[in-house]
Design a protein around this ligand. Structure first.
Ligand SMILES: [Zn+2]
Length: 240
């Protein structure tokens, strides 16, 4: 089975690409050989946008998810639309960039939040313009205004955000690297993608990030919710 090449991993700023249809599913999914559409996972929703055919017909993509074996990506367009599409056909993908860029800003802000609150993260979610992380914190005493100030101070440093792939062997050879990470890297797949916010954070992540923290713009902590004795749900929002 030909895997879908995940172009968003190498360039989160790519808004469109041409691609070839590998297959369509009866449920309304289009499998392409490559995609710029972030595929739902890690608390970040799948991208939305459009698939444009060579005759100019524009078909809306409502969500992007992994297929059953996770090597292929399904662009969900609905059963009625897939009936008109043929494997082998070349199409153009166009991302709803406004929505994706907001998610990139929120996602990167959540990395910074995990630095402001250096506690184990038990969950998280990203939506358009806001997001949350759940922390394992025994004692609360968290102040929204104080957290907001700390978060914006990190954003204002305008630190570069970069990613690189590292093999399991390289990880094993550099135990100090694992120690500096805020999240333990997953083992077993052979390689891990590391995302670094220079001088601030290093963690394994497969998501889409902005190039510099300054692109996040102002953010605010909107809510701190108690979720059980040891858990606090912290929500943030982009100010614009
Ligand atoms: Zn990330």
């Amino acid at each position: 089975m030909t895997a879908t090449a995940l172009l968003f991993r190498d360039d989160a700023y790519a808004r469109s690409c041409t691609a070839r249809i590998l297959a369509v599913t009866p449920e309304g999914g289009v499998v392409l050989d490559r995609t710029v559409f972030y595929t739902q996972g890690g608390g970040q929703p799948g991208d939305v946008g459009a698939l444009v055919r060579s005759d100019g017909e524009r078909i809306e993509i409502a969500n992007t998810v992994y297929g059953p074996d996770r090597s292929q990506v399904l662009h969900l367009v609905g059963a009625e639309a897939v009936a008109r599409l043929t494997p082998g056909e070349s199409v153009e993908l166009q991302l709803d960039w406004e929505r994706r860029f907001k998610r990139m800003r929120v996602h990167t802000a959540l990395h910074l939040l995990s630095v402001v609150l250096p506690y184990p993260v038990t969950g998280g979610a990203i939506s358009d313009g806001d997001g949350r992380l759940d922390f394992d914190i025994p004692d609360a005493g968290l102040d929204k205004a104080e957290l907001t100030d700390k978060l914006n101070a990190l954003i204002a440093r305008d630190a570069p955000v970069t990613d690189r792939w590292i093999t399991d062997e390289e990880l094993d050879a550099n135990p100090g690297l694992v120690k500096t990470m805020s999240v333990q890297p997953p083992r077993g797949s052979g390689r891990v993608r590391l995302v670094e916010i220079e001088g601030i954070d290093l963690q394994p992540c497969g998501g889409t990030h902005v190039r510099r923290t300054g692109e996040i713009g102002r953010a605010t902590i909107t809510d701190i919710e108690k979720k059980g004795k040891q858990n606090r749900r912290v929500r943030l929002s982009l100010v614009d």
